[in-house]
Design a protein around this ligand. Structure first.
Ligand code: MG
Length: 252
């Protein structure tokens, strides 16, 4: 009797749902905040401080659910709830600027444990890496080349400045596939947030959820994650096995 292929049930379920014969990973489309950087505690604190001062009743934890949306979309969503109208463009610009200022006042964020290991494995395996972030915050995006040298080419980055629609719309990941010249079934998405997972799945990529904050595994699965890992170090440890399984499992 041969041993079952690891993750084969998750891979088969994904292939059936997307009507693919197989996934051949050639590019990894990788989220930044909460995936490459342990930055979500600071982001949620900055959002909560800014929106509370703007007169919006909100909790810090709810901002984990909005992760991945552009700043403007998050502001609109809370304005609609609190004031029954969207924010105008001056308000959106001013408030998002204020949020980035509050973020900068907080201690510098560290790379997520396991992120280096994950990127090394992808590079060694010959899988292209594309950064896909809903953020427009230069203070973090600019650190990518220093913290992860040689991992992301300058022309392989999609930020909030490059898209019309942010996550959960699939546009950021579709843009990333175009940059890497790959098709959806040649792409894997690595995400920590439900809206990012939803965008990844809608783009047609094999979307891997990694829980690095308070969001439960079930929420990631409901959002469309093909598979969910409990931490970045765990994901990095199992990534070689997952890549091998992806090349092995086919729908016939
Ligand atoms: Mg994220």
């Amino acid at each position: 009797m041969t041993a079952p292929i690891p993750f084969s049930s998750e891979i088969l379920r994904f292939l059936q749902r997307h009507h693919y014969e197989r996934v051949i990973p050639r590019a990894a489309l990788i989220d930044m905040d909460g995936t490459l950087y342990d930055s979500m505690k600071n982001h949620t604190a900055a959002w909560h401080r800014m929106m509370t001062e703007a007169g919006v009743n909100c909790t810090r934890d709810e901002f984990y659910l909005y992760e991945g949306m552009t700043g403007a979309s998050t502001i609109n969503r809370l304005f609609l709830r609190a004031f029954g109208r969207e924010a105008d463009s001056e308000e959106k610009q001013r408030l998002y600027h204020l949020k980035t200022e509050y973020f900068k006042e907080l201690p510098k964020v560290a790379p997520m444990p396991g992120a280096h290991e994950m990127l090394e494995i992808l590079k060694e395996t010959g899988i292209k890496r594309v950064l896909v972030t809903g953020s427009g915050q230069a203070s973090v995006i600019d650190r990518i080349s220093t913290d992860f040298p040689g991992m992301f080419d300058h022309d392989k980055r999609v930020t909030s400045n490059d898209v019309t629609h942010g996550k959960p719309h699939p546009e950021p990941f579709i843009r990333a596939m175009q940059l890497a010249r790959v098709s959806p079934s040649q792409s894997i998405v690595i995400e920590n947030a439900p809206l990012g997972v939803e965008a990844g799945d809608r783009s047609g990529a094999f979307t891997i959820g990694v829980t690095t904050g308070p969001i439960p595994k079930e929420t990631m699965e409901e959002a469309g994650a093909a598979i969910v890992f409990g931490s970045m170090p765990e994901f990095a440890r199992l990534l070689p096995t997952l890549l091998l399984s992806l090349l092995t499992v086919t729908r016939s």
